[in-house]
Design a protein around this ligand. Sequence first.
Ligand code: X2X
Length: 340
Amino acid sequence: MMKRLTKLGLGLVAAIVATTPAAAQSYKAEYRISTVVGTPFPWGLGAERWAALVKERTNGRINMKVYPGAQLVGGDQTKEFTAMRQGVIDMAVASTINWSPQVPELNLFSLPFLMPDYKAIDAITGGEAGKKLFEIIAAKDVVPLAWGENGFRELSNSKRDIRTPADLKGLKIRVVGSPLFNETFTALGANPTQMSWADAQPALSTGAVDGQENPLTLFTVAKLHTVGQKHVTLWGYVADPLIYAVNSQVWKSFTPEDQKIIREAAIDAAKYNIEIARKGITESDPSVLKELEALGVKVTQLSLDEKKAFQAATRAVYDRWKARVGAGLVESAEKAVAAR
Ligand code: X2X
């Protein structure tokens, strides 16, 4: 009896501590969410939605604010994960590409032509591989909460229409993330160069680089046609999901009730993010493609056979990086794609 009472007593104390204002007072006045692009990009809108939902569901007790432009890491987006681990950044809605230098397994999504369509992305993030990736991140002091989406990365350039790997020959293409991107574009005969998104736009504008790869929503919102990008090829060679995440110390500082609110808000915001990231670039709704053409951009759609030529040219890179990402993880993703 005594033992049960003590247990009950302890439980009560814990419950009171967890719900008293004293616990809430240890919360920060503001939690900073890092993103690379803000509103009105789907990525930024998806991060803003997360903050808004948490604010609403905690009656303003938890205040999250989006810091776009990778400004919390001085624009150096590939340092975001390190800053997140160290607690310099509380939260992030981050691209797998920018975290892949520190979390090599995230290169999975950058393996050329692994994912033929949206169903393939969903099969990976929603399946075994997605779960495994979240475990890997959780072991590195960052708590991942939900998968969002930047999108399929299409190729643009200022010089010419690209329909075959030969058309890419000698073009200077801006890339970011891990050396996997350098290897992919080198295999295609292009001349890749790594730089941040902040540096990419002036480099395109001056012609220091000829082209880049990014989702079409980024292209239209950033108005890349105004920096000479007049040729777009839809090849869907890779896609980058986004990860909604919280630094683990910050996460532990929240009560279980608030953790639940923050997690559910991330899941809801990510769903909205994915919905708007895919809007206008599907077969049933090609409005973004129409918009591009109206801006004077020549859009080249590849047939399946034309895509295969790019796939064949990058196959050796895929195989080499399969080993670096982890053969087991890649095989689990390949199986999920095949079964979609
Ligand atoms: O820099 C890019 O290309 C961007 C905005 O898509 C990422 O952050 C990966």
